[in-house]
Structure formats: C-alpha cells, structure tokens
Design a protein around this ligand. Structure first.
Ligand code: GLN
Length: 320
C-alpha cells in the first residue's frame, strides 16, 4: 500500500506548473480558425481527489473548447443507454493507431469505426444517442451528461461552433462514409452537427478534472456525489481511454506517463487514475498529433514525481 499526502500532491503540481510554464513548443490548432487565435500562454492544471477536494493552479478556470475530450463523455452516455456489449458490437473498442480524423482507419476496418474515441466512432456515438431521430432531445442528453460528469454546465462557444461547422469537410466525409457501412444510426448530417456542437462546448480544466474524478470514482461525481453511471462501466471507459486517448501516440503516452488520458485540439487533456484521482491540464499549443505540449509535460511530471502508475499494481491511498 502506497500513501501519498494531499500536501505532497499540491507541492508536485506546483512544481510541474513552474517547470512547464515557460515552454514555448508546439502551436495552436489552425485548421479550426477560432482555435488559432486563443492566447497561447494560457496554462492551467486541476486535480480532483475522490473526497471532492480540488487542487487548482494557473488558468484552471478559463473556458476552452472541449473538442475531442467530449468523445469520452458521449461514449459514457451511449454506454449508459445501450450497455457495454452493444457499444462493442455497434462501434468497437479498438485502437486505430492512426490520427484522430483518419479516413483510412474506417476503410481498414469497415465493419465498425473502431472506437468512440476517434472522430468516426464519436460521430457514430452521437448518432446512437437516444432518443434517435430527435435532435433537440439528443443534444439535451449530451449536455446533461457532460454537466453531470463535470458537476457544472458546459457553455457553447458559438464562435467556435460556427468556425468548426464552416470548415469540417473531413468530418462530413467521415459521416457519409460511415453511412455507407451502416455505422450511422440516425441522420448523418444531424449526427455530425451534434458531434461538432459537442466539440464546441466550453469547459475549464477544473471541470474536466471533476469529470475524470467521476470516472476514477467509479461513476460517482466526487463533488456532487451524484451517481452518473453504473460502477461496472468504469473499466470499459478507462480501457478505451488507455488504448486510444492519444491516437497514434497512445503507446508512447502510456509508457511514459502511466495514466489513461484523453486529449482535445482545444488544448485540454483529461487523465483518469482509477481509485485515486482525476487530473486535467490545459494549454493551447499542440504537438504534431494535436495533443497539448504543456498539458502532456505537466501530467507526466506529476505522475512520475509522485510515483503513480496504473500499471504498477500498487494500491494507493491519499491521506490528509
Ligand atoms: N472537433 C475536432 C475535429 O473533429 C476535434 C479533434 C480533436 O480534438 N482531436 O477535428
């Protein structure tokens, strides 16, 4: 049994912030015009412990585009609505080993879109959200689920939504290609629009750390104490994050950080250490695969310095 104290976690998180904040590597996503213009110096870290206590540093309260981190939330929603087996059958739970927006990945595995955590599977997941055929109710279900996971309501960044809707040609191709393979379970344009809108929701690093904390806490939001999803879904969602959260670099990420985490081109990363904590970091400049440079460095620093790793089989207790 390993014991770490809250003050140790605070100290290491502060060290990570100081060490990483001056890093100028990477650049903002520029294929979505809104994201190109976000202040590249923003940087925040938030950790949510399972007693609901939060450790927050820097720009933890800045609202940025959730982007692909939302894929985890909506995967949870369809897992709740359909159960684990149906998600495996209708979408899949496999790593693609390819970029998030890969069309080749669909062609290589045309019997399913691999996983809800890449664009294809996420659009497919949006098509599955119940009640099928009802765009407004589906949207409300998506937002309500994100609110429950974060313990706070996300807000649509209208400018981001417009910016992304005007430029999402690749995703339009994905939606219609999936339709060709019978892997879109509602209207393709409506499913794509729901996906684009959910990516344009504004959240903070603090909110994402609470959502990660909810997963780490087996479905119970540690801040609101609401049971958001069934306990038995926890390993399903965590295994999906672990296998594809960083797309083609997921193996390197897991090897060096020891924590399943999901990234978004808005600059957010959300990591889940089951039974211990949720963590999120946010900074807009990205590496070549669309993953925040500073968020990766900060989370890795914290995990390694605290000696935490999902693969070392150690039971960890956080003490006062
Ligand atoms: N909305 C973005 C897209 O579909 C999300 C991508 C990401 O965050 N990796 O291209």
């Amino acid at each position: 049994m390993k014991k770490i104290s809250i003050s140790q976690i605070k100290e290491v998180a502060q060290q990570a912030y100081e060490q990483v904040k001056g890093n100028t590597d990477g650049k903002n996503a520029d294929y979505i015009p809104y994201l190109a213009n976000i202040d590249k110096n923003l940087f925040g870290i938030s950790i949510c412990l399972l007693n609901g206590q939060k450790i927050t540093i820097g720009d933890y309260n800045y609202r940025f585009g959730i982007e692909s981190v939302s894929k985890v939330h909506t995967a949870i929603l369809v897992l709740r609505q359909y159960g684990a087996q149906k998600i495996l059958d209708m979408i899949g739970a496999d790593a693609t080993g390819l970029p998030f927006n890969s069309i080749i990945a669909i062609l290589l595995e045309n019997d399913h879109p691999s996983t809800p955590l890449v664009n294809a599977g996420a659009i497919s997941a949006c098509s599955m959200v119940q009640p099928v055929g009802e765009a407004t109710q589906k949207w409300n279900a998506i937002v309500e689920n994100i609110t429950d996971l974060c313990g706070d309501a996300p807000q649509l960044i209208d400018e981001l939504y417009k910016s992304e809707s005007a430029t999402n040609f690749n995703n339009r191709s994905i939606a219609w290609l999936l339709k060709n393979y019978n892997r879109i379970y509602d209207d393709p344009d409506m499913s794509l629009d729901l996906y684009t809108r959910q990516c344009s929701l504004g959240v903070t690093a603090e909110m994402l750390s609470v959502a990660a904390g909810t997963i780490a806490n087996h479905g119970v939001n540690p801040v609101t104490n609401k049971q958001v999803f069934e306990t038995e879904l926890t390993p399903k969602i965590t295994s999906m994050i672990a296998s594809v959260g960083f797309y083609e670099h997921t193996g390197d990420w897991m090897y060096t950080s020891g924590i399943p985490a999901k990234t978004g081109v808005g600059g957010g990363v959300m990591g889940v250490l089951p039974g211990v904590m949720g963590i999120s970091a946010f900074a807009p400049p990205l590496d070549g695969s669309g993953n925040s440079v500073k968020a990766q460095l900060a989370i890795k620093f914290i995990m390694n310095k605290l000696g935490l790793n999902i693969f070392n089989g150690e039971q960890v207790t956080v003490v006062e």
